[in-house]
Design a binder for this molecule. Structure first.
Ligand code: MOS
Length: 726
């Protein structure tokens, strides 16, 4: 029986609960010095001078790096601040680094630095920038795409919804803040860094410092969450390396929680106009989804909220458009389900509004517009089983008992509401490589330069290698998070399992063949000179297929043949042909809320979701990922909100006390399941990603449930009591 799908407990669970799992800041490097970031206190302008005299005299100070004295990088990156010039583009921007013998000495010295600025007018009015908004793109997705005659079709539609939905700036805030230890040995750089992309960081750092790629070694064995903010190299990484070079010692730079708000990315604000046109029977005839979103003066990052609208529903007349507005804020970046989380919120609330206009059940409206093929490209989906998601989740939830009218299901003093939404996320994969080796000590090592974000990658690698070799997972050791290992892609976009597992399968097969070749060529082997297809390998034993009881352990074979590991290495390319197929995950989420009509407080009482994400490799870790996504969706609807002081671009709630996240008391029983139908057109295992889909429809489902409870439509997230009572 295959171990794929088994709810194997996390193989790194014990290490994590005993403190044995080493996170990037925890490596005890001899002679370590401590760095603290200095940050701007103006949103726009330049640093005229910095008075560092007092700081340099403070006890334990090793250096104070400023734009005036920092070393020049071979190829600085525009999007981050590495003290190469004196420009200030946002409040909280890194403008210096103090290095001390101890962390406290560095902090104290940092407090003594005086900065003289020349300020210039800051752009901090999002809406004022709309007229000069300009197009952008998100990775391969163009910002604008239309088909049919969306304006004409909307004009003549029998039933129309046209509304504006807004979502606030959000900050990622993984439990583990960004942390870097940089250590030079001549012109070789070792980095212990909290990153979702060790290979990308290796290349980026080599380029910045003008050294060969091979001179950079990045290690990242565990992450305490990433969510996209650890997907790229931010200022503190090269700054730690520059400081280490300057003081000629290893340097550690860990961001404080308030420093997580600004210099390391955010989800930008969105202003989304959604226009839906339909027939009286509920057939969509027009969809327009036009988005304004902010970016920074450092780069053009696009939150692609209208992109999911291109795949959700069958419609012949669609217009999707994004316009960027530059603001003097830290640059935005990918944040869990970038674009899709904010975009499905707007589209799926608009669909709910349309359902009410049509006096139609919201689920029936979705079924009436089910997309059998990709609505934009007309390509078939690699696999799509959304109908089963809708119906299974509706059944579990009891959706059939819903009364359609708002405020029609009270429970005592509380108003009860039921809402639903469609969820979606692209199914992508990238090239990846892996190595599988039989060790002389009887262990099997599976290695790939991927990452453990808390998602369960050590466990997935273990399971897939054990499955491919028909060996107990107890005998398998997984290695990842080190650029010395075979190259794997960035762990983002819900792609790691889909990308890395095909390489593991192929490497395991190559290792198995190498072992069998060694056996048939070995004079003392029980399978000596047996035809290769007559030889089998199972439970660590090599044997003749016709005599399964015979044979020997691979350790005995290896011991007679030089006692060296026998290995297989594989590099694999995506199999999916993007010109033939469209690959997406889908799901359906149903939510029950209760709303106190006097207090405006919302409790999420129940969530039921069913997903079509291809084959599930591990039901235990998959469940955690779905639940994690749904919790984010609840936070999107009700809690998360970065409050900017628009006078000066400062973030007023740059801490976890005032930046509200859902806590245990906010989260009810969440019932998640997956159809577990393999998508073998995407990869041999048939697994698509599951890390992000849970956030995508959940925000809308909560918002729709609140409308059903109260009859009040709040289109401006988060839905807080003040807005509900207004
Ligand atoms: Mo994710 S936002 O692709 O780390």
């Amino acid at each position: 029986m295959s171990i794929i799908g088994e709810p194997l407990p996390r193989v790194d669970g014990r290490l994590k609960v005993t403190g044995g799992a080493k996170y990037s800041a925890e490596f005890a490097i001899p002679n370590l010095a401590y760095a603290v970031l200095l940050q701007s206190t103006i949103p726009s302008g330049r640093v005229v001078s910095m008075d560092t005299t007092e700081a340099e005299r403070a006890p334990g100070v090793l250096t104070v790096m400023t734009p005036a004295n920092a070393s020049k990088l071979a190829a600085p990156q525009e999007r981050i601040s590495t003290l190469q010039d004196d420009r200030v583009h946002y409040n909280n921007q890194p403008i210096g680094v103090v290095v001390g013998e101890t962390l406290h000495q560095a902090y104290h010295a940092a407090s003594l630095v005086k900065v003289n600025y020349e300020t210039s007018d800051a752009k901090l009015d999002f809406k004022a920038g709309f007229p000069s908004g300009y197009p952008g793109h998100h990775n391969e997705d163009p910002g604008d795409a239309s088909w049919g005659d969306p304006d004409g079709a909307f004009q003549t539609a029998e039933v129309k919804v046209e509304q504006i939905y807004t979502t606030p700036i959000q900050h990622h805030n993984p439990m583990e803040p960004h942390a870097t230890i940089a250590q030079w040995d001549g012109d070789h750089l070792t980095l212990h860094d909290a990153t979702q992309n060790i290979s990308g960081e290796k290349g980026a750092m080599a380029k910045m410092f003008g050294i060969p790629d091979g001179n950079v070694h990045v290690i990242s064995l565990f992450l305490g969450g990433g969510f996209g903010c650890k997907g790229s190299v931010w200022s503190h990484v090269p700054l730690a390396a520059m400081a280490a070079k300057q003081v000629n010692r290893p340097v550690k730079l860990v961001l404080e929680r308030p420093q997580m708000f600004g210099p390391v990315g955010a989800r930008p604000e969105t202003h989304q106009q959604v226009s839906l046109g339909a027939t009286r029977e509920g057939k969509l005839t027009a969809i327009r989804h036009h988005v304004y979103t902010n970016t920074s003066f450092l780069e053009d990052y696009l939150e692609s909220s209208a992109v999911p609208t291109r795949r959700m529903y069958a419609c012949d007349n669609v217009s999707t458009m994004h316009r960027l507005v530059k603001l003097n804020l830290g640059t935005p970046t990918y944040m869990r389900a970038p674009g899709v989380a904010t975009g499905t919120y707007a589209l799926e609330v608009a669909m709910d509004e349309l359902a009410y206009k049509l006096k139609m059940d919201p689920l029936q409206l979705r079924l009436a517009n089910y997309a059998e093929v990709d609505p934009q490209t007309k390509h078939p989906f690699t696999e799509k089983h959304l109908r089963e998601c809708y119906s299974q989740a509706a059944e579990k939830f009891g959706w059939a008992k819903r009364k359609h009218e708002p405020r029609s299901m009270p429970d005592g003093r509380q108003l009860i509401g039921w809402g639903m939404a469609t969820e979606t996320y692209p199914g992508n994969r990238l090239p990846a490589s892996a190595k599988v080796s039989f060790q002389p000590n009887g262990r099997v090592v599976v290695a790939s330069g991927t990452h453990e974000l808390g998602t369960g990658m050590y466990t997935v690698l273990t399971q897939v290698a054990a499955d491919a070799l028909a060996i107990s997972p107890d005998l398998v050791d997984a290695r990842l998070g080190d650029t010395g290992l075979p190259i794997a892609p960035i762990s983002a976009g819900s792609m790691s399992t889909a990308s890395v597992t095909p390489a593991v399968q192929e490497a395991a097969e190559k290792a198995r063949i190498a072992l069998i070749n060694m056996a048939v060529g070995d004079a003392k082997s029980p399978v000596q000179r047996v035809a290769i297809d007559e030889v089998d390998f199972k439970d660590g034993k090599i044997f003749r297929k016709s005599a399964p009881g015979s044979g020997e352990k691979f350790t005995e074979l290896i011991a007679r043949n030089g006692n060296q590991a026998v290995e297989g290495v594989a590099s694999v390319q995506p199999a999916e042909d993007k010109t033939k197929y469209s690959s997406h995950s889908f799901g359906a989420v149903y939510v029950e809320v209760s709303v106190d009509p006097q207090l405006g407080s919302v409790r999420v009482r129940r969530v039921v979701a069913v997903y079509d994400v291809g084959r599930i490799v591990n039901h235990r870790t998959a469940r955690s990922q779905f639940i994690g996504g749904i919790v984010w969706g609840i936070g999107l609807a009700l809690h998360e909100d970065t409050l900017v002081d628009w006078r000066n671009g400062r973030i007023a709630n740059a801490n976890l006390a005032e930046y509200h996240l859902p806590v245990n008391l906010d989260i009810p029983e969440i019932d998640v399941s997956a159809l577990d139908i393999p998508d073998t057109k995407l990869n041999p295992l048939g697994a698509r990603g599951i890390g992000e889909i849970g956030i995508t429809g959940t925000g809308a489902a909560v918002a729709n449930a609140i409308y059903h409870a109260t009859g009040k439509r709040v289109r401006d997230l988060p839905i807080t009591p003040d807005k509900l009572l207004a």
